[in-house]
Design a protein around this ligand. Structure first.
Ligand SMILES: [Zn+2]
Length: 79
């Protein structure tokens, strides 16, 4: 996977090898660690995992600030 390219992605669509095209993706929370969360991106067409992303505590904070403008389904947090 091209990590560098992936980091700039807003992850609304990613290249799917199975569909051979950039497809809309669905974000799925894969793993929650004390210092980061790992998200899996699934092709909405065939369900193949097309990417993975780690969001560190710092990035999460940034994302929360941005997300505060448009409410999203709240995720349970334990701290
Ligand atoms: Zn696909």
């Amino acid at each position: 996977m091209n990590q560098q390219q992936f980091e700039n992605f807003t992850a609304s669509s990613l290249y799917c090898e199975k569909c051979k095209a950039a497809m809309p993706v669905r974000e799925r929370l894969l793993l929650v660690l004390p210092d980061k969360e790992i998200f899996d991106y699934l092709c909405t067409e065939c369900g193949t995992s097309v990417g993975r992303r780690e969001i560190t505590a710092g990035e999460k904070l940034l994302a929360q600030t941005t997300a505060a403008r448009r409410p999203r389904r709240s995720v349970a947090r334990h701290n």
